[in-house]
Design a binder for this molecule. Structure first.
Ligand SMILES: CC(C)(COP(=O)(O)OP(=O)(O)OC[C@H]1O[C@@H](n2cnc3c(N)ncnc32)[C@H](O)[C@@H]1OP(=O)(O)O)[C@@H](O)C(=O)NCCC(=O)NCCS
Length: 144
């Protein structure tokens, strides 16, 4: 996963993730493997009771356009729904990929301030050039 994500990060296509951060958030990840090789990954990171982020969606170049990216995004959205989280956001350089999967563009400033705690650690802060999108899921209202 580290290699997969940081190969794209080196080319400026997504944010780099240090190994320590991957371990700290390892339980956020879905992966697709071919034998022992991890060919695709994506993470659902919970930000708040009603908000989560899809991050680090990466599919190895030689296995792209086979539906892996879509499957991983679906898995993240399904988990968000199961957890009762109605809004999932992402920051990306590939907005069309997410738009085709039900996400809509949103002004970054409309996202709750909680989101910015991660942004402060980003090397690009405050000059973020990624596009922010959100997906609104229909979830059952929580009781209590
Ligand atoms: C963006 C990215 C995650 C897409 O992954 P992917 O596995 O290629 O995605 P999918 O295969 O699900 O879909 C990609 C396209 O291939 C098409 N496709 C899927 N299966 C296919 C098949 N069997 N034959 C032909 N085309 C196919 C899909 O229709 C889709 O086209 P669309 O977006 O116009 O609908 C991948 O290109 C990637 O890792 N890019 C670098 C990192 C990055 O930019 N990540 C973005 C999030 S930060």
């Amino acid at each position: 996963m580290h290699q997969l994500i940081n190969n794209f990060a080196d080319k400026g296509e997504m944010l780099a993730r240090p190994l320590s951060e991957l371990y700290e958030n390892i339980r956020d990840f879905f992966v697709i493997r071919q034998g022992e090789r991890v060919v695709a990954c994506a993470a659902l990171h919970i930000s708040w009771s009603d908000l989560a982020e899809i991050r680090s969606v990466a599919v190895a170049e030689d296995t792209q356009k086979q539906g892996y990216g879509s499957k991983l995004v679906e898995a993240c959205l399904k988990e968000a729904k199961a957890l009762g989280i109605p809004v999932v956001f992402c920051f990306t350089y590939q907005p069309e990929f997410f738009q085709k999967r039900g996400f809509v563009n949103v002004d970054k400033m409309e996202l709750p301030r909680k989101v910015w705690t991660d942004c402060f650690r980003c090397p690009k802060f405050p000059n973020c050039d990624e596009v922010a999108l959100i997906y609104r899921a229909e979830v059952m209202a929580k009781s209590g």
